[in-house]
Design a protein around this ligand. Structure first.
Ligand code: NAD
Length: 443
């Protein structure tokens, strides 16, 4: 099939690459000409494990091309995917300007039957809005379909190639048939393509993200209670996760959820509820727990040191989670700012995300944070290590290096990476989330 993908970010590039890999001819459009230039030079602008071989093969075989020319892409394609940003607006609602502006732009270019598929996360009613933008100017029939994306950064290729389900919101039999044919190669093992109306499909994405965020906030509340009652959240997690009604995943306590999706999607769902005069009480609690949790480690740091003036703190992990270079809403952004604003000098290390982190922190923090290219070197002369991301390379460190390189070995672990019994043997002062603090005998 001939496809266009508009917006070549985390979702668009993975979508374009995976569809091209399964034999479709895909034109990816982006209005960021630097990005398009990089892609044309076979450079991938994001870190996403496993994307390279698929990308290189499809580019080499001419099935995956990149352009800034919207009209070329729209004319080429029968199915047009919108993978555009929907960032939070001023009041937390999803900002639809990227999606609606592109809908307006492509409308007069539609001169044969097209399916416009919205993959961006958008509020209920957006398919209708996109339809209304296009209708007056289109010169041929078209359908607008909702097809929310559930991929996870860091595992995006696998998620796309082997989705647990594909959700398609359309009531047009013609669009249904095409979408089924397009996705059929990805669900050969029997996972479903679930067809439904557009509104339910749009809401499904928000419901999924809000539910997962709720699980995280719930476990963080349990962790905070564990600290007070002398229980261990790891044990509680294992105890409840084995119940198949609950499930093992998304039960890890930590320093809150981040990323480009959960925070904005929970907020946007709350906004939709407000618009329809519905008081969605759980969402407010989920957000407020997360806001608190993001900085919970800060209270432990302040309590440990008293004052941070003149202290040097190393941060391991800047990305919002492991296996990505995405730092949008990463807990490390909030913690680094708090540390610097409290008088500490920050040394930072991340295997992939340092460049993006520096950009997000802005010029105000440029000379207050020093970036290192090696995890151990980042420890030298610091008063403590703060772990914000669960990168694999942090899981099995040589703990003697902590003792040798830190002034006094103190670790604040926002991801519960280390075993408490093991830490008790290292002489390291070890704080984690929802578990007892390990205090060395000499302290
Ligand atoms: P992104 O910011 O990485 O990518 C968006 C791309 O669109 C950018 O490359 C940008 O240059 C381009 N763009 C902006 N305006 C354009 C225009 N007028 N014409 C052409 N290109 C334009 O965003 P993303 O993370 O890929 O997310 C896209 C959507 O998918 C959002 O709604 C998001 O909520 C949703 N989503 C994201 C993920 C994820 O893990 N990142 C997962 C599921 C759904």
């Amino acid at each position: 099939m001939k496809l266009a993908v508009i917006g070549t970010g985390y979702v668009g590039l993975v979508t374009g690459t995976c569809f091209a890999d399964s034999g479709n001819h895909v034109i990816c459009v982006d209005n960021n000409s630097n990005k398009v230039e990089m892609l044309r030079n076979k450079q991938i602008p994001i870190y996403e494990p496993g994307i390279e071989p698929l990308f290189e093969r499809s580019v080499r075989e001419g099935r995956l091309v990149f352009t800034t020319n919207l009209e070329d892409a729209v004319k080429h394609a029968e199915i047009i995917f919108l993978c555009l940003p929907t960032p939070p607006g001023a009041n937390g609602q999803a900002d639809l300007s990227f999606v609606l502006n592109v809908a307006e732009e492509i409308a007069p270019m539609i001169d044969s039957y097209k399916i416009i598929v919205n993959k961006s996360t958008v509020p209920v009613g957006t398919a209708d809005q996109v339809h209304a933008k296009i209708k007056p100017f289109a010169k041929a029939d078209f359908d607008v379909v909702s097809n929310p994306e559930f991929l996870r950064e860091g595992a995006a290729i696998d998620d796309f190639l082997k989705p647990e389900r594909v959700v398609v919101g359309t009531q047009s039999p013609r669009a249904m048939e095409k979408m089924h044919a397009l996705y059929e190669p990805f669900v050969r093992s029997g996972n479903p393509i679930i067809f439904m109306d557009e509104r339910s499909s749009e809401l499904t994405k928000y419901a999924a993200n809000a539910f997962l965020a709720t699980k995280i906030s719930f476990m963080n509340e349990i962790a905070n209670l564990c600290e007070r009652v002398g229980a261990n959240v790891d044990n509680v997690r294992r105890g409840i996760g084995t119940d198949t009604r609950i499930g093992k995943r998304f039960l890890f306590a930590g320093i809150g959820y981040g990323g480009s999706c959960f925070p904005k999607d929970v907020q946007a769902l709350g906004f939709t509820a407000d618009e329809y005069d519905y008081d969605f009480k759980i969402l407010d609690a989920v957000m407020s727990v997360n806001d608190h949790q993001r900085l919970s480690m800060m209270s432990k740091i302040l309590h440990h040191f008293g004052s941070l003036s003149g202290k040097q703190i190393t941060i391991w992990g800047l990305a919002f989670k492991a296996e990505t270079d995405d730092v949008r809403e990463a807990p490390a952004l909030y913690l680094a700012k708090e540390l610097v604003d409290s008088g500490a000098k920050v040394i930072a290390y991340d295997p992939e995300a340092a460049k993006n982190f520096k950009e997000y922190m802005g010029p105000e923090y440029a000379d207050k944070i020093e970036y290192k290219s090696n995890a151990l070197d980042a420890l030298d002369g610091s008063d403590a290590l703060l772990i914000c991301t669960d990168w694999n390379e942090f899981r099995r460190p040589n703990f003697d290096e902590f003792t040798n390189r830190l002034n006094k070995p103190v670790v604040f672990d926002g991801r519960n990476l280390y075993d408490l019994d093991h830490m008790a043997k290292t002489g390291i002062h070890y704080y984690s989330v929802g578990r007892a603090t390990v205090t060395p005998a000499s302290s």
